[in-house]
Design a protein around this ligand. Structure first.
Ligand code: NOJ
Length: 549
């Protein structure tokens, strides 16, 4: 484990008071593990739960509060686990329930919570429920899925399309029974019929199964799709959607929340592609989810004004929802890596460091996707190795743990043949190489997280954005007598920020994200804001300001 977390002396958190008093899901990062690509313990080329267990110290070293595991349930893997054929077991490729229990136990021993992915909108076509449902029109489980007669022309019943562009219509004809079934994603992922209360009850039972086993929270996959227009009307070009986010959604979430609230201290985080921000925040009321991923952020261009506008609008909306707590993320297993998305090579790498700074130091919970702490770019996946229907292989490349020159081509991820190619520069980007380099993105992530964990202002304080000149995003965090000014440069070349008269004249440099800046946090040089050092491209800088009052 890196020495950065040692900066947090035992008892510091308790002494700080309210960092420890915040709910666990607000305190620090949730680290997303995509198990297929994290660590392979048995040499079959696919990551597994024993691999996760063996690397829990790595996750703890990042100052994370929780691990979110992408699906590990039995699955034919048409969508790599997001097509579940049994909600209450572990797929043999990942391990067994016993190994899962060991992961939970060992995670808890390290103070890490465990969050599971709950895929409730659809099952696999091989789930026994669907096998029964499609067997005949009068099967008792027919109504557990969404079946409809062909449209007047014999084609699909309406205009709904799959979220996977390559799939096209969200309907597939079942020749045997002469009806279409709905699939919001791949044809191997039939949508459950949430208008049937038996379906809802059965799914609630799957939640209890995992919460009884000690799981601390659920990430709700595609949750907005569990409520659709029961009349299956066209979504059309304009107006409110009919294929998701139907008016029944809030009641369904409230009933789910009740189930989760039967257990102490559990958390729900939703994957929520809401139509706009005012709609988004309605899901974060006391009867909804604790956290939600807002995809408006990930769709923003690399533009400081767009980020500032988003942050300001979010905080303005938040004011209307008591206790609303934001989440910040730019990477997951469905999105191109920041280091590739916002520039390549060195520029991309600098911006990836700036984004790690941003998601940890804005007001809210940071979500770090495995490999983001290494600043990994997307991998190059040649056409013959493409396996995903929706083009997401590059961001799912396995984690390079060791130098290939030492551990072989599997880079410590596997001793076998990896299911996807690794990133090209594994020799330099792997965990072992970054452990040896104090200026690495890995060490930077630990330093940023440690700062957050020991500061009430940074983990739970107030936030306001401030003017900093063009192409620089800046915000002030304040709480428990501390005050910080954070900034990230969005410029492609060096940039000197400029601040308005409302800020103090001087601040102490606590941290800079550029690799050149090797000083450690605390007791940094004092700088006059008017003469602030030039920011490198993508650079994040944290200054401690004199406290007000
Ligand atoms: C969202 C998941 O993140 C994605 O990987 C999956 O393909 C879809 N939901 C369908 O479950």
């Amino acid at each position: 484990m890196g020495d950065e977390l040692d900066l947090l002396a035992p008892g510091d958190e308790a002494a700080a008071g309210s960092v420890a008093e915040q709910p666990w899901w607000q305190r620090s990062a949730v680290y997303q593990v995509y198990p297929r690509s994290f660590a392979d313990s048995d040499g079959d080329g696919v990551g597994d739960l024993e691999g996760v267990r063996q690397h829990l110290d790595h996750i703890a070293s990042l100052g994370a509060e929780a691990v979110w595991l992408s699906p590990v349930f039995p699955s034919p893997m048409a969508d790599f686990g997001y097509d579940v054929s049994d909600y209450c077991d572990i797929d043999p490729v990942f391990g067994t329930l016993e190994v899962f229990d060991a992961v939970v136990r060992d995670a808890h021993d390290r103070g890490l919570r465990v969050v599971l992915d709950w895929v409730a909108n659809h099952t696999s076509e091989e789930h026994p429920w669907f096998v029964e449902s499609r067997s005949s029109r009068d099967n008792p489980r027919r109504d557990w899925y969404v079946w409809a007669d062909p449209g007047p022309d014999g084609g699909p019943p309406n205009d709904w399309t799959s979220a996977f562009r390559a799939v096209g219509p969200a309907w597939t004809l079942d020749e045997h029974t002469g009806q279409y079934y709905l699939h919001s994603f791949a044809p191997q992922q039939p949508d459950l019929n949430w208008d049937n209360p038996e379906v809802e009850r059965a799914l609630h039972d799957t939640v209890r199964f995992w919460l009884d086993r000690g799981v601390d929270g659920l990430r709700l996959d595609a949750i907005i799709k569990v409520a659709k227009d029961p009349l299956l009307r066209d979504t059309g070009a304009a107006g409110l959607p009919h294929h998701e986010d139907w008016e029944t959604i809030h009641d369904r979430l409230a009933r789910l929340r009740q189930v989760v609230d039967e257990y102490p201290d559990r958390m729900l985080v939703g994957e929520l592609w809401a139509r706009d921000l005012p709609r988004f925040v309605t899901f974060l009321s006391g009867t909804g989810m604790h956290l939600a991923h807002n995809f408006e952020l990930v769709e923003l261009p690399w533009d400081s004004a767009a980020y500032r506008d988003f942050i300001d609008r979010f905080e303005a909306e938040a004011a209307s929802v008591p206790g609303l707590w934001p989440s910040w993320f730019l990477e997951n297993h469905d999105l191109p890596r920041v280091a590739s998305r916002f520039g390549a090579a060195e520029l991309g790498s600098r911006r990836a460091r700036g984004i790690l700074f941003l998601i940890h130091l804005l007001r809210g919970t940071p979500f770090v996707y495995q490999g983001q702490e290494l600043g990994l770019p997307d991998a190059v996946v040649p056409p013959e190795r493409v396996v995903d229907v929706d083009g997401r292989d590059p961001e799912r490349a396995p984690i390079p743990w060791e130098r290939p020159s030492v551990a072989g081509a599997g880079a410590g991820f596997t001793t076998g043949a990896p299911w996807l190619p690794l990133v090209e520069d594994a020799e330099r980007l792997c965990v072992a190489a970054q452990e040896d380099d104090p200026a690495s993105t890995l060490h930077l992530t630990r330093r940023i997280a440690a700062l957050r964990r020991r500061s009430v202002a940074l983990s739970g304080g107030s936030q306001v954005t401030v003017d900093a000149g063009s192409e620089v995003l800046a915000w002030v965090r304040e709480g428990a007598g501390e005050r910080y000014l954070a900034m990230v440069s969005f410029a492609a070349t060096q940039r000197r920020p400029s601040f308005g008269p409302d800020l103090p004249e001087e601040g102490d440099v606590v941290l800079r994200t550029s690799p050149e800046w090797t000083a450690r946090e605390g007791a940094g040089p004092s700088v006059r804001l008017s003469e602030l050092l030039v920011l490198e491209p993508g650079e994040g800088v944290l200054l401690q300001l004199p406290a007000t009052g």
